[in-house]
Write a protein that binds this ligand. Sequence first.
Ligand SMILES: Cc1ncc(COP(=O)(O)O)c(C=O)c1O
Length: 405
Amino acid sequence: MSAKLPPAQMHPATRALDAGLVPDPVTGAIAPTLVASVNNTFTPGSAGFSAEGADLTEQPFLYARWTNPTVRALEERLAGLEGAEDALATATGVAAAAAVFLTLLKAGDHLIVSEVCYAGVYELATRILPDLGIAVTPCDLTDPAAVRAALRPTTRLIHAETPCNPILRLTDLAALSHIAREAGVLLSVDSTLATPVITRPLDHGVDLVIHSLTKFMNGHGDALGGAVIGRKDLISRLRSRAGVYLGATLSAQNAWLILRGLDTLFPRLRTASDTAGQLANWLKSHPAVTRVTWPGAEDHPQRDLAQRQMALGGAMIAFQTREAPATVAARMAARFRVIHYAFSLGHQRSICVHIGTEEIQRSTFRMEGAALQRWTDWAGEGVFRLSVGLEDPADLIADLSCALE
Ligand SMILES: Cc1ncc(COP(=O)(O)O)c(C=O)c1O
């Protein structure tokens, strides 16, 4: 068998298919094998069975809560994609964020979290962590002075998300990692909306990349999953705490589906991003639409940063309408024939949902004063969040046209 090209020597799009891929040593099969087994046989005395320092060097597959051959194949693919030393696959994206928070933070520590990020992660940070004695400060991470002012001697971690869900505001990862490094604080970023096709956060100095694999990475809307990707020493600590003790491990079946999804990550994202650009332009020229936010647009408020940090505009669009959102949403639900009016994002099929300011402020962010003003400057009364899929752009435009009137 010829030697495989090391992931570091592959172009990024090739890594999505081939990083860590080795033909099955018994059958020679090329596609990853689904190994469902939760344990492997071993020679007594040959391996320790401690969760601490779960670095997988001796007997990685003793028991699948550590990892399993199919899950490991996914972890190696993910590490290759982000240009990282190692990765931990978790049951969901929220489990990946929880793995980071609950491993790196303890009572008395302080977390700075982006004032806008995925609602589930924001609520985990601001509602659950304080119960454990961890102080949490939501912060506008686009403002370096605000980040510096939020730092405390006990700050251990800054958690960012870019582009952030749902308003598609961007965070300058290089600038933030500079602040974090100066302060001796770790920086994690949720890169779910970007994917490694668009941004590789480790290249910008970030310590840990978090993904909901449920979204673009799998891309088919049929498996939950998450991942944390970064330095080997940090990932070993996360595996031990979150995987082994908290049991947030991914199933082999979902790992196998997500590996299959990753094969087409680059062409999916390129197509969807291209279609999103066409839709953003079309929406902008529609009289019923008052504002369109797409990171690839020339009029995105952070155009320079988008160009520095993002290879493509991405497949997410946020837009606002002249008419009351409830009326438009009702028409969408009734009239869409291709797009789905639903939650979630990053699937092969387009999905649209309205995220109302009043509702999300009541349920999640609870902003006041300047923070609320910053939110409404971007989102007004709320945004329609459109996750663009792989359909023909003309069919998507026909659907939107019908719903907007
Ligand atoms: C940016 C982002 N991060 C994390 C998550 C959570 O992912 P999961 O549903 O896999 O837990 C989501 C879900 O929508 C998300 O949009």
